[in-house]
Design a protein around this ligand. Structure first.
Ligand SMILES: Nc1ncnc2c1ncn2[C@@H]1O[C@H](COP(=O)(O)OP(=O)(O)OP(=O)(O)O)[C@@H](O)[C@H]1O
Ligand SMILES: [Mg+2]
Length: 487
């Protein structure tokens, strides 16, 4: 009798030592089983154990060997949303034959860390089950359930925040220079000349252009040609800033300035001090932050959230957008005063459609790039395939072209890329002017010249042959090449 009593006290104290899951599934299962039998039979100790089981945060459910449920604690009810009354005295094989308790009984072995969802309340739980043996005979089973929905919720939040931060600060971005911008067309060359001219000045630059036209490339190149070359270049994707991170990410905060601000934080303006801050997708900046940004641009100083002193900052601002900011201003979605402030110098990058003549050079460039990456030896592109590239409308501009070439290089097992290598990425319906089938004459001429040069080669001999095939003199060919910015 006294020994039994001591056994129960042992069990209670081992349970109290927390880490309750592992202590209940004590390897010495015969001791555990003995205690559990006492738990059902002896009233005083039973009460003590029951009180303990009612206190622990894990849900507990115990059945006998036939599956009849003997005990369910308070936490089980809370975690699973299943009422005690709907379980006690019922058979687990009937109420939930797929449950961990039923499986533990069926398989007569410990089931550890099974992640499941409590069906009634859609909450993530971890369940552990263990059979109970007495004199080598299974007399029942016990399961413990832990609510981990909070942990999962926090993990998801953390993931999301990390994603935002990575998106916001393009930390691993490469250092592009003007020489990395490919394209001999006069339209892109004019833009490069303008950007080179403004690079050494400290003025604010607004870069406009459709998706994938190379706005980031230009922003980098401007910084790399500026006097700030040795200072930091920071890119912030304004579209990726969640409202609640916004102000403190930009301006920093003092310790304790709001719930969760357990440490002082230096904002992006301070980090970029002396260097360049590239505000990408400025058109997506929330209006509240627009006014704060305007103040910084006007006053050249910031104040941390919760701070009282102002900090002088010297940051060159480059902004980029694929939206029509002017139109946004007229609709009241972008502050007019900020628009004028950032729009001191505007660089508009032409879309790829506007400079079809660059496609050949870009194609060659990307073939070389992906040859290196994938260890391939692609030599070039068939005239028919090139024609297809020239006719495509390129809504995704240079990025789309790069993806198309990457895919073609990767999938090709011939030395020359043919039509078949582009069929998957460029569906026929995206061909420009396909409704009328009419291509502007200038573009036709450009295409034809390309085709001839591709066929005969870009050497003097090739050009002579090309001119002959096109029925023009060599001088006229040179003129046309110059005018089209191909030569
Ligand atoms: N003229 C160019 N020469 C070489 N590569 C280019 C050129 N223009 C763009 N690219 C390449 O195309 C891709 C897209 O460029 P980038 O990210 O600068 O475009 P973006 O205008 O900022 O696009 P988005 O509007 O989608 O942000 C990059 O891989 C870049 O290296
Ligand atoms: Mg960009």
């Amino acid at each position: 009798m006294r020994g039994d009593h001591l056994n129960n006290i042992d069990l209670v104290s081992s349970l109290i030592k927390e880490d309750s899951i592992s202590s209940i599934f004590h390897p010495d299962s015969s001791r555990l089983s003995k205690d559990l039998i006492l738990f059902y039979k002896k009233s005083k100790e039973t009460k003590l154990l029951e009180a303990l089981l009612e206190c622990i945060p894990e849900g507990v459910e115990i059945s006998d060997e036939s599956g009849k449920i003997l005990y369910v604690n308070e936490s089980f009810e809370k975690i699973t949303g299943i009422k005690k009354d709907s379980r006690i005295s019922k058979n687990i094989y009937e109420v939930n034959p797929k449950s961990i308790l039923a499986r533990t009984l069926r398989e007569r072995k410990i089931i550890n860390d099974r992640l499941t969802t409590a069906p009634d309340i859609n909450r993530e739980v971890v369940a552990n089950g263990s059979p109970i043996f007495f004199d080598n005979k299974m007399i029942g089973a016990i399961i413990l359930i832990k609510d981990i929905s909070q942990i999962i919720h926090l993990a998801k939040k953390l993931n999301q925040t990390t994603h935002y931060l990575n998106e916001m600060y393009n930390r691993n971005s490469e250092h592009y220079k003007f020489t990395d911008i490919i394209g001999g067309s006069s339209s892109i060359q004019n833009v490069i000349q303008l950007a080179k001219k403004v690079a050494p000045m400290d003025s604010t630059v607004l870069i406009e252009g459709e998706n994938g036209t190379g706005k980031e490339l230009f922003a980098h190149s401007i910084h790399e040609s500026s006097l700030r070359i040795d200072k930091p270049f920071f890119r912030v994707n304004c579209a990726a800033i969640p409202e609640h991170l916004l102000e403190s990410e930009f301006f920093g905060h003092e310790k304790g300035s709001f719930t969760g601000a357990s440490n002082k934080k230096v904002g992006i303006f301070e980090l970029a001090n002396g260097g360049t801050l590239f505000l990408d997708e400025i058109g997506d900046m929330p209006i509240l932050l627009q006014s704060k940004l305007l103040r910084v641009l006007q006053e050249g100083e910031i104040r941390r959230v919760g701070g009282s002193k102002t900090i002088k900052v010297d940051v060159r601002i480059i902004t980029a957008t694929n939206r029509n900011l002017k139109e946004m201003v007229s609709k009241g979605r972008f502050r007019e005063d900020l628009y004028y402030r950032i729009n001191v110098i505007t660089i508009r990058i032409p879309s790829l459609k506007e400079r079809v003549e660059d496609i050949l050079e870009l194609t060659d460039f990307f073939i070389r790039k992906y040859n290196k990456k994938f260890r391939k030896m692609i030599l070039g592109i068939e005239p028919k395939a090139f024609e297809k590239l020239s006719e495509h409308s390129w809504p995704g501009n240079v990025r789309e072209l790069e993806n198309v070439i990457e895919y073609a290089v990767l999938t090709s097992d011939t030395e020359i890329l043919g039509l078949e290598h582009f069929a998957a990425k460029i569906p026929a319906k995206n061909i420009a002017n396909n409704r009328t089938g009419i291509i502007p004459l200038v573009e036709m001429e450009r295409l034809h010249i390309h085709k001839a040069l591709k066929l005969y080669g870009n050497t003097l001999k090739g050009k002579k042959q090309a001119a002959q095939a096109l029925g023009i003199s060599l001088a006229t060919l040179y003129n046309k090449l110059k005018n089209n910015g191909i030569g």
